[in-house]
Design a protein around this ligand. Structure first.
Ligand code: C5P
Length: 224
């Protein structure tokens, strides 16, 4: 039986990643963080000197890489490049050097198509009762027919405050500027700020972590 899909989109710092992860764990579902794949691809492009703005070059790189991500337990992301043993890039893909460049690879439609097909393969082969998939275009492009579709938002100030807590050494103003710059670039490619028809909006601005997790679980339980 195919896993129950829970599609969650939202901007950087909305709580989407941590909330999705906790909700998935409590539901006994897997969690697929699609942003990690875009980050790992950007990491591989930077590592190999590939031009991130050249769609053919990035697609060529995708022929040479093997991507792996764990869907349950502690998240591990590994990238294998032809001729080298797989490398654990879990911390590396969160660094500023990658966050600041990732939109350059995610803007290519052909790259998105290939990653989207890969996401659906990963989910279909998971053998799990359910998978939470989170990203930017999951509710609209990757899994528009998912029984649960959620857009998680929060005000930019709240999002910057949450991210600043994760990034010691950066001021609130720097984090806010980074988030707004990345959202602006990403929003040119997909709309993750307004819910598509049938998508449930969960605004976490006034919710704490526990309340946000519970909101997701309640929505899933309603269709189970
Ligand atoms: O979710 P996260 O902030 O880790 O995503 C990193 C980047 O990956 C985003 O800034 C965006 O450029 C890209 N992304 C995307 N579509 C997705 C998930 C992430 O374009 N579904």
């Amino acid at each position: 039986q195919a896993p129950l899909l829970v599609a969650i989109d939202g901007p950087a710092g909305s709580g989407k990643s941590s909330v999705s992860r906790a909700a998935a764990e409590r539901l006994g579902f897997g969690i697929l963080d699609t942003g990690a794949a875009y980050r790992a691809l950007a990491w591989a492009a930077l590592e190999t000197g590939t031009d991130l703005d050249d769609p053919a070059a990035v697609e060529g790189l995708m022929n040479l890489w093997a991507y792996d991500i764990t869907l349950q337990g502690e998240q591990r992301v590994t990238v294998g490049l032809v001729g080298a043993s797989p490398i654990d890039v879990t911390p590396a893909i969160r660094e500023h050097s990658v966050s600041g460049q990732v939109s350059r690879v995610s803007k290519h439609p052909a790259v998105r198509e290939r990653l989207n097909a890969m996401f659906l393969d990963i989910v279909a082969g998971s053998g799990l009762p359910g998978v939470v998939i989170e990203g930017r275009d999951i509710t609209t492009v990757v899994a528009p027919d998912a029984p649960v579709r959620i857009l998680m938002t929060a005000s930019p100030e709240i999002r910057a405050t949450r991210r600043a807590g994760e990034l010691p050494g950066m001021t609130h103003a720097q984090v806010l500027a980074d988030i707004e710059a990345r959202d602006a670039k990403d929003a040119l490619v997909v709309d993750f700020l307004n819910p598509a028809p049938g998508v449930t909006l969960v605004d976490t601005s006034d919710l704490d972590f526990e309340q946000s997790v519970q909101a997701v679980i309640d929505i899933v339980r309603a269709v189970q």
